[in-house]
Design a protein around this ligand. Structure first.
Ligand code: SF4
Ligand code: SF4
Length: 576
């Protein structure tokens, strides 16, 4: 408790010094390369659970960096071919996620040439380029948070109001991981120029770069470069009104979380209920800044990144330039990952997730994959297993170390009992999943995994409710539309009937007016018509009678003639 009180009132953020194991992968101090593999897999699953829409078909030829699938929502990203070759199918892979859910990916068969795309023209004069054009480039190039979050960068910097401070995060506080350290040593200029692009878009007044003091080489190189850029290096740089300061920070986990780094660099604790920009800062990882520079100035979309491969199960540990979409099985064969590993972790021992090493489907490196660790003998400090667990003894250690001032023991009770309302009341969503509570728990309770699970359930519930709400709104809108159409039809029909009736009445009126002007309109008309009918009939009868009489007269005349002939014949017989 004393420790907690001391930390709470301290000027510096809360955190723990963990064993580092960094020398396992940064011992060479170099960026290592991997060969071009035969196959690459680009997942179509977006952050929002929807699928990106492929804009290529099987058999199409692609170049490295060509857009091959488009996002379906504003929180998703374009997908790019990591190398040149041919689209050879849409296949099943395991999603690079704790759930390892099976999803679909575009399969690219490499031609081995790695021909780059010419779809992205370099924007060298970014200082005089419109903000919108830069934002569009960052979006289309698929730039996402490369510190592990994978959040679309364009969304984070597309803000209507200026943001005073841009923080560039070079803390890299997780044990084992060293890719940012090596990146800073090799690409200091690209990182800081990328930071200037962000600052230009955000209209910031200062850039603060925070690096943990366990990376002295990186700190020295970055400070030298910042100095050079601040005093103009021969190349025109109109952003010099936004100076860069590189600060060394104590090595204390989780210094890389945005709250902790902002607390340290700004000297004040940001309000955790607010978004960063509402507290006057925006934080980006060093690799994200470098990716933004590549996309804007070099016209290269994000198709590869530095990844740390480490752990006692890896023969050739190191930091490797790795294409996104590389199957871990291919990498494991190249760098010598032991066949029988106790544990393979994607993303670090504190915040990462373990995968099943014997699964038959590919699992790939993505934009946000910082590291893959393989352990032949699982060290004690790695992810806790449910089988290790014992009862909570209410020691309070988890609360003492929580950098977000949460009560992890309470949260785990609510999480386990499915009491999501209480968990949310106790600020479950403020948990940054740093894993410190799990690390210190003497009962080996996998606290952070419980929180991840609870969050997943709550988000799924929310999504379900949202979908039901949308379905209800759609249903009500449909009913309202049908009713409106029915009412419109009835109105038109009534209008038509009224019009016809009025026309008929008008016609009748006109007729009556022309027939009789005495006032006895209806009767006169009727009598006239009846008289007409009667006279017509009489005429017809008279004509028929006349025809009958004429026939009779004709017949009588014929009979008379015949009888006189007979008489004459009889008379003639007497004479002879
Ligand atoms: S550290 Fe573990 S045992 Fe101690 S209170 Fe927290 S959950 Fe319980
Ligand atoms: S509750 Fe969350 S934020 Fe707090 S220590 Fe645990 S994982 Fe970290």
């Amino acid at each position: 408790m004393l420790n907690f009180i001391k930390q709470w009132f301290a000027d510096e953020p809360i955190g723990l010094t963990l064993p580092e194991y960094k020398a396992l992968s940064n011992h060479t101090g170099k960026i290592q390369t991997l060969p071009i593999f035969d196959k690459y897999y680009i997942s179509l699953l977006q952050r929002d659970g929807e699928k990106a829409i492929p804009c290529v078909k099987v058999g199409d030829k692609v170049k490295a960096g060509d857009i091959i699938a488009c996002p379906t929502s504003h929180m998703a990203l374009h997908r790019h071919a990591p190398t040149s070759g041919e689209i050879t199918g849409i296949v099943e892979i395991r999603e690079t996620h704790a759930s390892e859910m099976v999803t679909y990916a575009l399969e690219i068969t490499s031609d081995g040439l790695d021909t780059p795309t010419d779809d992205f023209t370099p924007i060298t004069d970014y200082q005089h380029t419109d903000r919108e054009a830069l934002l569009k480039r960052i979006f289309r190039a698929g730039i996402a948070g490369m510190g592990g979050a994978g959040f679309p960068t364009e969304k984070k910097i597309n803000l209507s109001n200026p943001v005073e401070t841009l923080i560039i995060n070079g803390a890299e506080c997780e044990p084992y991981i060293t890719c940012d350290d090596i990146l800073m040593r090799y690409h200091a200029e690209a990182i800081l120029r990328g930071a200037k692009i962000f600052a230009h878009i955000l209209r910031s007044k200062q850039i603060l770069v925070g690096i943990e003091d366990n990376k002295p080489e990186a700190i020295a190189i970055m400070q030298e470069m910042a100095e050079k850029l601040n005093h103009t290096d021969g190349q025109a740089d109109s952003n010099n009104d936004c100076p860069i300061t590189v600060k060394s920070m104590p090595t204390k986990y989780p210094m890389g979380s945005r709250h902790q780094i902002a607390h340290y660099l700004l000297g004040r604790k940001p309000d955790i209920r607010k978004r960063s920009y509402q507290s006057g800062f925006v934080c980006h990882n060093v690799a994200t800044a470098k990716a933004a520079y590549d996309a804007v100035v070099l016209g290269r979309p994000l198709t590869e990144r530095l990844v740390t491969f480490s752990g006692d199960g890896v023969e050739k540990t190191g930091v490797y330039l790795t294409k996104c979409g590389s199957d871990f099985a291919d990498i494991a064969r190249t760098i010598g990952v032991a066949q029988q590993c106790d544990e393979i972790i994607f993303g670090g021992t504190m915040m990462g997730f373990a995968i099943n090493p014997n699964h038959p489907l590919p699992i790939v490196v993505k934009r946000e994959t910082t590291s893959v660790l393989a352990f032949a003998n699982r060290p004690l400090h790695t992810l806790k297993q449910p089988t290790d667990e014992q009862n909570c003894i209410r020691c309070g250690e988890c609360a003492n170390v929580c950098p977000m001032d949460l009560l992890p023991q309470q949260l785990q009770f609510y999480g386990r009992s499915g009491n999501h309302d209480k968990a949310q009341e106790n600020r479950l969503f403020d948990c940054i999943e740093c894993g410190l509570c799990t690390y210190v728990c003497p009962s080996d309770i996998p606290l952070v995994q419980i929180f991840q699970h609870s969050k997943g359930e709550i988000l799924a519930e929310r999504k379900k409710k949202q979908a039901a709400e949308q379905a209800r709104i759609r249903f009500e809108n449909r009913n309202a539309r049908i009713e409106a159409e029915k009412a419109e039809r009835a109105r038109k029909s009534a209008e038509r009937r009224a019009k016809l009736k009025a026309q008929a009445e008008e016609k009748e009126k006109q007729k009556a007016m022309t027939t009789d002007s005495t006032g006895n309109i209806g009767k006169a008309n009727s009598q006239a018509s009846q008289t007409d009918k009667k006279s017509d009939k009489a005429d017809l009868i008279a004509a028929a009678l006349a025809r009958t009489q004429a026939k009779k007269a004709k017949l009588a005349k014929t009979t008379e003639t015949e009888s006189s002939v007979v008489q004459d014949k009889e008379n003639n017989v007497g004479v002879e």
